[in-house]
Design a protein around this ligand. Structure first.
Ligand code: ZN
Length: 201
């Protein structure tokens, strides 16, 4: 890994460990990435490792089509989605994708995730679309769904994938991870509020 990219990798490691500690990514799923400054390249997590065991060596460099140009290991299968986001959103420098339980549960509603808390309204500029991608990863045939929502709002903080998880974007890996936590918190609160209303409390 080039020396200048090490601090970015360290932030990616921190984002992974924080996401695991907060329970927004268990097991070995999920992935994170960051844009290589000034180039049409990205740093992505190699597949197969858990967020909990993330290290600076566990990342590879690929182009925006997910083709590896440097590093050990295989790029994550979902690198294509990350590349698409970097192409469409010039201000996005990092992407955090996790299989966060409340976000996945809420995605079954197939409705946008509304910012029900004041904090979510302050921190996110729009409600989050829920994309009904009928596959375990966002392959090119489903890119149009992502393109549609990002062209409408290039500053969109994130979106949900039905029965899959959340995708959060940010100016750096820590910022994107915080947004991932906020999306999960919003989904959790939405579900608990619905339960409270149903109980007539
Ligand atoms: Zn996934």
């Amino acid at each position: 890994m080039e020396e200048r990219l090490i601090p970015i990798c360290e932030q990616l490691v921190e984002a992974c460990k924080r996401a695991y500690a907060r329970g927004i990514q268990m097991n070995s799923g999920g992935n994170v990435s960051a844009r290589v400054p000034g180039e049409e390249l990205m740093i992505v997590k190699a597949s197969g490792s858990s967020f909990a065991d993330s290290t600076v060596d566990g990342f590879v460099i690929t182009d925006f089509d997910g083709n590896k140009v440097a590093g050990e290991g295989k790029p994550t299968r979902e690198a294509l989605l990350h590349g698409l986001i970097y192409r469409l959103c010039p201000n996005v420098n990092a992407v955090v994708h996790t299989h966060a339980p409340y976000s996945i549960a809420y995605s079954a509603a197939k409705k946008p995730l509304v910012r029900v808390t004041w904090h979510s309204q302050l921190k996110m500029n729009a409600d989050l679309p829920t994309l009904d991608v009928p596959a375990p990863m966002v392959r090119p045939e489903y890119f149009y769904m992502v393109e549609e929502v990002l062209k409408e709002n290039p500053e969109l903080p994130g979106f949900l994938l039905v029965d899959h998880g959340l995708v959060a974007m940010g100016k750096d890996p820590i910022n994107a991870e915080h947004t991932a936590e906020l999306i999960e918190e919003t989904a959790m609160v939405t579900i608990l509020r619905a339960a409270v209303t149903k109980m007539g409390l």
